[in-house]
Design a protein around this ligand. Structure first.
Ligand code: PMP
Length: 398
């Protein structure tokens, strides 16, 4: 009997496991629509010009990487706040927002979850059905009971707002509600501004704790437009948490760069909250890495690089929209009697294609096309060279 002899083999992560399977598939012409990464028309993860230029300017003045403060690079945290809340935000002026650099959006969620556990040890965490797979693992891992609320309506291929509100209304007060700020993963289906207002009223009435997850700012309509929900919540007087990420919008996946922001009732409260968040970080990984924060703050701190970045982000968004239009149009031509316009209504990187688990298996086994078992396909993995192959395979399995 060794210490580890009773350890069982954990199941593969549904999405990263898919990647492993894809990488070991020897078939030529294989296509990976599984992973949530933006690829350019050439099928590569883009190195943005804005970050490239920031890199060059950082290299021009090399410095030894000393430790960052526990809550991260101050200039970075300030840039994040401006992007999320707006430079002229009253909340920022009143110093009611705590923002801490985090290890990607995932790290921000984890710090937020650990902190909430100290405040609300018995709270339920409600996540949308369906949601990003890691939400359940993350909040479950932090010790919370996690349950789903109705969100996606397969019939209308939209949000089941009535079901969502009913489920949230039934939660005990002080339950934590995880909400996707935009570009819902995996469905691509978002609430509109009116829906958010109704939801915010319910959150207030039922004393729920909103935790926004914003991993795709800029991929729905634009940086400013996609932060509308942040402004709505900020204007509502609620206190809330917000996990944000630059993995996608800056194409900096491996740098693990994101942030956790907490909107507090006063600057005094914010100071106390920051001190506790720092304790959580200190006990987890002490302090965050420098490079991603330096790149992002160099870009956002320069009007010229910032404009270049916004242009590049607009291009990424535009390419995804073009792929949506083409996929919907070509499927419409190939498969008679079906309406594929839902693909163009969905937002962000993904399309909830409606493919069943069996159809996804057939795509993989017969056509070397990989998608997530739920039918989620990554629109940003499509390009002019592989689209026809995907269309004809989907048409065959439908
Ligand atoms: N939340 C959602 C909804 C996501 O889709 C992702 C990334 N797939 C994350 C959080 C985590 O982002 P990051 O890679 O920055 O940790």
């Amino acid at each position: 009997m060794t210490l580890f002899s009773a350890v069982t083999l954990a199941p593969r992560d549904p999405i990263l496991g898919l990647n492993e399977a894809f990488n070991s598939d020897p078939r030529r012409g294989k296509i990976n629509l599984g992973v949530g990464v933006y690829f350019d028309e050439g099928g590569r993860i883009p190195l943005l010009q804005a970050t490239c230029k920031a890199q060059q300017s950082l290299l021009a003045t090399p410095a030894a990487p000393g430790y960052l403060p526990i809550d991260g690079l101050p200039a970075y945290n300030q840039c994040v706040q401006h992007l999320l809340f707006g430079e002229k935000s009253e909340l920022l002026q009143a110093q009611r927002v705590v923002t801490c650099q985090a290890l990607g959006g995932t790290g921000a969620l984890k710090i937020g979850a650990d902190f909430l556990k100290t405040l609300l040890p018995d709270a339920v965490v409600a996540i949308s059905d369906p949601s990003w797979e890691n939400h359940r693992a993350l909040f479950g891992g932090a010790g919370f009971k996690v349950q789903g609320y109705r969100y996606y309506d397969a019939q209308s291929q939209g949000v089941d707002l009535a079901g969502m509100l009913e489920d949230l209304r039934a939660l005990p007060p002080r339950s934590i509600v995880l909400l996707h700020a935009c570009c819902h993963n995996p469905t691509g289906v978002d609430l509109d501004a009116d829906d958010w207002q109704v939801l915010i009223s319910l959150i207030k009435e039922r004393d729920l704790v909103p935790f926004l997850d914003m991993a795709y700012q800029g991929f729905a309509q634009g940086i400013y437009e996609d932060a509308e929900v942040v402004r709505l919540l900020a204007g509502s007087g609620l206190t809330f948490l917000l996990a944000s990420s630059f993995s996608k919008s800056f194409s900096l996946y491996g740098e693990r760069i994101g942030a956790l922001s907490l909107v507090c009732a006063s600057s005094g409260e914010a100071e106390r909250v920051r001190s506790q968040i720092k304790r959580v970080i200190r006990g987890n990984y002490s302090n965050p890495p420098i490079h991603g924060a330096a790149l992002v703050s160099t870009v956002l701190g320069s009007a010229e690089l910032s404009a270049l970045w916004q242009q590049e982000l607009t291009q990424m968004r535009g390419r995804i929209c073009a792929m949506r239009q083409m996929l919907a149009a070509r499927l419409g031509e190939q498969v008679s009697g079906r309406d594929f316009s839902f693909i163009t209504r969905q937002r962000g990187m993904f399309s909830y294609s409606g493919l069943s688990a069996q159809q996804v298996d057939r795509l993989r086994d017969e056509f070397a096309i990989y998608a997530v078992g739920s039918g989620r396909i990554c629109m940003a993995a499509l390009n002019h060279s592989n689209l026809e192959q995907v269309v004809s395979a989907i048409a065959k399995v439908l």
